[in-house]
Design a protein around this ligand. Structure first.
Ligand SMILES: [Zn+2]
Length: 362
């Protein structure tokens, strides 16, 4: 009997060996890529680990990705380990392989942050950096309120006043978009897309080419948390509804699937997301990518935790009592404690993986 809860980990340092052991026990081909640009909070080396199951030249490949948004890796890691411990690799259909990517953004996972070591939101970083960046007028208007100099009750009240006025004028959805759709003007801000491809960006492109160049059909499931009702896994397809891969995803996942551009998702419309790398690097393969977005707490609480964490790393002291409290809050907002949420994560992951494998085989 597998304990689902025990598949999840309280830290990156706990998750990594757990993942590697579960992958090795299931007969996986493990590879590790060191992030040369960062260390963990206890000085530990940070790795992106991959595990491959099935024939090397499989025409169908299932790709599971954990930790695009660092701290959300608690969820993705747990889902991957649960799949391994429930005998997922042994149940793969013929001519089908699985590639598990663990801690694609190991810095963010280890430091309980959404961002990479360069303060970049990896899911805004896959734009064409040689072209003009998308503009975000809303962020420009709100930037000073988003990152105040001090983190106090007074500064919080002031920020809420500015946010409230903006939301009243432009609507709640536009407000969420201003904050979270991504910005390329404030490297010290939140949801910053970066000014060049990050280490994680370059690494995932390299591993797509290394592992998937023989694949004809690739199903990508990228695990996220922080938006939606507690424990519910929203299947988000972020490609334009006119794209061929969107129709395919719809056929696989049905009306459960939502679309930011179609206005049916809890997510703002974002560009330059990580899963875009797969069709770009594998032009001859049919790539079908979705994110599973598990709800945790109300959006204002989640966004507040993200802002606080950003303030902490820009102006605060991570080791202080305040820093520890903000980190504990950050972790809870993206990885709720207790068995219930974890059970829901695995049930939905198992279901989604089943639909993806059926789609690959169709
Ligand atoms: Zn996310």
């Amino acid at each position: 009997m597998v304990s689902v809860s025990e598949c999840f980990s309280e830290s990156y340092a706990e998750a990594r060996p757990k993942f590697c052991a579960a992958a090795a026990a299931a007969g996986g081909d493990l590879r590790s890529r060191l992030n040369p640009r960062a260390r963990g909070p206890n000085g530990e080396a940070l790795f992106l680990d991959t595990a491959w199951f099935g024939p090397a030249d499989a025409e169908n490949v299932l790709v599971l990705i954990a930790g695009t948004h660092g701290v959300e890796g608690h969820c993705g890691s747990g889902a991957e380990i649960a799949w391994l411990r429930h005998g997922g690799p042994a149940k793969l259909p013929p001519r089908t392989a699985a590639l598990l990517i663990h801690a694609i953004n190991p810095y963010g996972f280890a430091w309980t942050r959404r961002v990479t070591e360069d303060n970049v939101d990896l899911n805004r970083n896959f734009v064409d950096h040689d072209k003009a960046y998308p503009r975000n007028e809303g962020y420009l208007a709100l930037a000073d309120a988003i990152l105040p100099r001090d983190w106090t009750d007074e500064s919080h009240a002031e920020t809420m006043k500015v946010f409230g006025a903006y939301a009243q004028q432009h609507g709640a959805y536009a407000f969420q978009g201003a904050l979270s759709s991504g910005q390329y003007t404030h490297p010290d801000g939140i949801f910053f897309g970066g000014h060049k491809p990050t280490w994680s960006n370059r690494t995932v492109r390299a591993l797509a080419r290394d592992h998937l160049s023989a694949a004809r059909r690739v199903a990508v499931i990228d695990f996220h948390t922080g938006l939606g009702p507690f424990g519910h896994g929203e299947l988000i397809c972020a490609v334009p509804p006119t794209a061929k891969s969107f129709a395919r995803a719809k056929a696989w996942y049905g009306d459960e699937m939502t679309s930011p551009e179609g206005g049916t998702s809890t997510s703002a419309v974002v560009v330059g997301i990580m899963t875009d790398a797969f069709p770009q690097e594998l032009p001859d393969a049919e790539v079908t990518a979705v994110a599973v977005e598990y709800g945790t707490y109300p959006v204002p609480e989640v966004l507040d935790a993200v802002r606080a964490d950003n303030w902490l790393h820009q102006h605060g002291d991570v080791g202080s009592a305040q820093g520890k409290a903000l980190k504990a809050n950050m972790k809870e907002r993206f990885f709720p404690a207790g068995d219930k949420w974890r059970d829901m994560v695995w049930a939905r992951a198992d279901q989604t993986i089943g639909w993806a494998l059926a789609g690959l085989a169709a």
